[in-house]
Design a protein around this ligand. Structure first.
Ligand code: AMP
Length: 400
């Protein structure tokens, strides 16, 4: 039995999952965190349950050694499950990377070169890639980009209406993110419905801590709400989403905020957190139910923005066949789904309240049988999609 190791690396932690190449079953998963701090931690879930360890983890290379120790001690054995590939999530692929790419030293340089577009993410992704290549030097490593699925956006969708030369020089355009999830979910939705993806107009709402909407025509992304960075679009846990760019100018002039402070404000202290003091949707909902007006406004703003995007994307697609909810909030918060779709009957969207409220886990229909638009909940699985794409990239390279 061979497997793919999927790695999602941040600057001080990384998550991993071992996925069987044939059955696509998850064989193990874990988290290595507090890298570079006085005391680090590993948590490994294998065949005998979860095991945790506290130890010093000075860098990502030491983190991979700790992960290998966890596999050796608690299984499954990596000798019995040799790796076909290591798949890495990379946030920004710019214009250059439009498909999963086998990592070479040149690919590493190109990922580094894109760091100014994703300063929080790409350097951290690269640290993970370098350490993993040292840990598994004989296995192909594949970079799977969050932006890649959106390479099919038409120019009218990816162009910002600013000075064209300046935008070109500084690579300013919409790239879109969550692409791995939007691709996986839109394909899973078509498969679940037993309909050819080529004939479907879909809107996928990925609503987690980060949130984005994607209009998918015939399996291709044609518009998405995140932009040059993952800040634009929907109201998120701590990110503002859309706002008038002149707000930044005003705050710079009147509140004397510098660029780093504005970055921190919009990325880390806005969204649900900025509006209600709570960044986690479960806490916001609980507070709203207890009569907290700020929490209610945070919910109403989230829902208003979602309706706005559903309407806009239905117009761009020239009609809608399938609307899909996914990720932490999309999969679990039935009330938010209900409130979002309230009043959208004129678009042919008719929710079935009982189906929507059922606490099933897998892919499911939550619209009525008569609804012109089929509304689905489809659990996302970015790790599995990265594993699939990594295997495809390795097979493609072998064929070349
Ligand atoms: P993700 O980034 O996909 O892990 O999603 C995280 C978000 O999902 C957080 O805002 C959680 O509060 C939210 N979430 C998870 N479970 C629920 C739930 N049962 N009801 C509402 N929100 C939830």
């Amino acid at each position: 039995m061979s497997a793919v190791l999927v790695v999602n690396s941040g600057s001080s932690s990384f998550k991993y999952q071992l996925i069987d190449s044939e059955s696509e079953e998850s064989l193990a998963s874990g988290l290595v965190e507090r890298i570079g701090e006085a005391s680090g931690r590993t948590s490994h879930r294998g065949p005998d349950g979860t095991s945790e360890r506290t130890l010093q983890i000075p860098d990502h290379t030491a983190g991979f050694r700790a992960m290998l120790d966890a596999f050796a001690e608690h299984g499954p054995s990596l000798d019995e499950n040799p790796l076909d590939a290591v798949g890495h999530r990379v946030v920004h692929g710019g214009k250059r990377f439009f498909e999963p790419t086998v990592v070479t030293p040149l690919v590493e340089i190109n990922i580094e070169d894109l760091s100014d577009l994703a300063p929080l993410h790409n350097p951290a992704n690269l640290q993970g890639i370098r350490a993993a290549r040292a840990a598994f030097p004989d296995v192909p490593h594949v970079a799977v980009f969050d932006t890649a699925f959106h390479q099919t956006l038409p120019p009218a969708a990816y162009t910002y209406a600013i000075d064209a030369g300046l935008a070109e020089r500084h690579r300013v355009r919409r790239y879109g993110f969550h692409g791995t999830s939007h691709k996986y979910v839109s394909e899973a939705a078509a498969r679940f419905l037993g309909r050819p993806i080529e004939e479907l107009r879909q809107i996928v709402l990925h609503l987690g801590n980060g949130a984005s909407a994607c209009a998918v025509r015939g399996g291709r992304s044609v518009e998405t709400s995140m932009g040059m960075t993952p800040l634009e679009g929907l109201v998120m846990g701590t990110r503002s989403g859309d706002l008038d760019p002149a707000v930044l100018l005003h705050l710079a002039r009147r509140a004397h905020l510098g660029t780093d402070e504005l970055d921190e404000l919009l990325n880390r202290r806005s969204g649900l957190l900025g509006l209600s003091g709570r960044g986690d949707m479960r806490d916001v909902r609980q507070a709203a139910e207890n009569g907290d007006e700020a929490a209610r406004l945070a919910l109403d703003t989230t829902i208003h923005r979602l309706k706005h995007y559903i309407g806009a994307y239905t117009a761009l697609l020239g009609g809608l066949d399938v609307l899909v909810f996914t990720a932490g909030i999309g999969e679990n918060d039935a009330r938010l789904r209900e409130e979002t779709l309230e009043g959208l009957g004129f678009l042919g969207i008719e929710l079935d309240p009982e189906r929507n409220a059922a606490s099933d886990r897998g892919a499911r229909v939550i619209s009525t049988d008569g609804s012109a638009v089929t509304v689905l909940v489809v659990p996302t699985n970015e790790e599995l999609e990265i594993a699939r794409q990594s295997l495809q990239a390795v097979a493609r390279e072998r064929a070349d």
